[in-house]
Design a protein around this ligand. Structure first.
Ligand SMILES: Cc1ncc(COP(=O)(O)O)c(C=O)c1O
Length: 387
């Protein structure tokens, strides 16, 4: 595996990253490497020049090629994925469109799930007459106690019919044992919507590995495509369980694309997903995953004990994202202040995260362009702050 520093310096050199700060908040959206940015620019110019002559006569065919490419990367059939404008739109479509809930059923989510998906599950409580069960995941988490926590919750709440799983948590970076939890839920007749926003492009997996029927993905984080690009997966046999969009007129009921109606889209952004996949596949998912975990371990395992590291060391449960807090600093205000100190004193940019049952924290997200020297700078800064 090309894991030597020369290889990674050459990768980092392909990103025109600002040097105003040392960037450790790479989880909001993924910077495009130069090759993707240039392709996006070229494609924007082409679409603009050819205007509706292109959009009406050729875009659909070109988009189908990109959809086929994404399906191959994910290891699923073309007919099982549809483009969206990001994981949020995919998740809202899946949650709102899921048509198997009856009043009196229950739905379940956890503290680490994404804020707007939690809100959407709460919405189901109000608008679909279902009970909403909220759980907190164990800390410290282990592969087995995560499965056990979900199983115990489903046993305690036998009316749960739908639950949410966040593959890689945006709050702490924890990676859930998705296939095991999905299999356990299936045995109990519970459907699962998997939020893989932070997983595709970061972890090495195919959608089939997850065993899930409903998955939300984004192309604008770890695949490095332009902002405004996402995907929704629904297993072929389950497409009827998600309602068609209210504005659908163009696609047959059985077509997954009938579930999303977004109007005129950013043509060039979707076309540039092809270039982003070129870049992603050139490095390769296994190498990316190993590099991101290596960078994460370099600071998180080095500092474990000196500060609170919110994810365990088990590589099955870690990603390039990990959150920490200084001992006892569990409040939102303390973590806002600590993130500000990291920025003002050490020029290191991170982000505060709330919503974890044990308290607030600071999220550190490494990227493929993160250099080891930058990680070492973070370690020094956090050692100083920890005292
Ligand atoms: C866990 C998680 N799910 C969903 C999303 C939404 O993704 P998108 O920005 O593609 O809509 C995010 C974005 O930060 C996220 O962290």
């Amino acid at each position: 595996m090309p894991l030597d520093s020369k290889y990674w310096d050459a990768i980092a050199a392909q990103f025109d990253m600002t040097r105003e700060i040392v960037p450790f908040e790479n989880g909001m959206w993924g910077m495009m490497p130069r090759s993707v940015l240039e392709a996006y620019r070229r494609k924007t110019e082409m679409v603009n020049r050819r205007n509706s002559f292109y959009a009406r006569r050729q875009f659909d065919a070109d988009l189908e090629k990109v959809r086929g490419r994404a399906a191959r990367d994910l290891g699923v059939a073309l007919e099982e994925i549809a483009f969206t404008r990001g994981a949020t739109e995919s998740l809202m479509t899946l949650i709102n469109g899921y048509n198997r809930l009856k009043p009196g059923d229950a739905v379940l989510y956890a503290d680490l799930d994404y804020d707007s998906t939690q809100a959407a599950f709460d919405w189901l409580g109000v608008h679909r007459g279902v009970d909403v069960v909220r759980i907190a995941l164990s800390e410290p988490a282990t592969h087995q106690n995560l499965i056990d926590t979900y199983e115990a919750a489903l046993k305690a709440h036998p009316k749960v019919r739908l639950m949410l799983l966040t593959h890689v948590s945006h709050r702490t970076g924890l990676v859930l044992p998705v296939p095991e939890i999905v299999a356990m839920a299936r045995k109990r007749g519970v459907d699962v919507i998997v939020d893989s926003a932070h997983a595709w492009g970061q972890l090495d997996f195919k959608l089939d590995d997850l065993k899930a029927d409903f998955v939300a993905l984004t192309c604008q984080k770890w695949i490095g495509a332009p902002v405004g690009t996402g995907l929704m997966y629904v297993r072929r046999s389950r497409i009827g369980d998600i309602d068609a969009a209210i504005g659908n007129g163009g696609f047959a009921q059985a077509d997954i694309r009938a579930r999303i109606h977004t109007g005129t889209s950013n043509f060039a952004a979707f076309l540039a997903l092809d270039d982003a996949l070129d870049f992603h596949e050139t490095i390769g998912a296994p190498v990316k995953e190993a590099r991101l975990r290596h960078l994460r371990d370099r600071w998180a395992e080095e500092l474990r004990g000196r500060i609170e590291i919110l994810t365990p060391s088990d590589p099955r449960l870690t990603s390039g994202i990990t959150s920490f807090r200084l001992h006892g600093h569990t409040s939102h205000a303390q973590n806002i202040a600590d993130a500000e100190t990291l920025l003002k004193r050490f020029n290191i940019f991170t982000v505060e995260r709330s919503g974890v049952a044990s308290g607030s924290c600071i999220r550190v997200t490494c990227a493929v362009f993160t250099r080891e020297a930058e990680v070492d700078r973070l370690v020094e800064a956090l050692r100083t702050m920890a005292g």
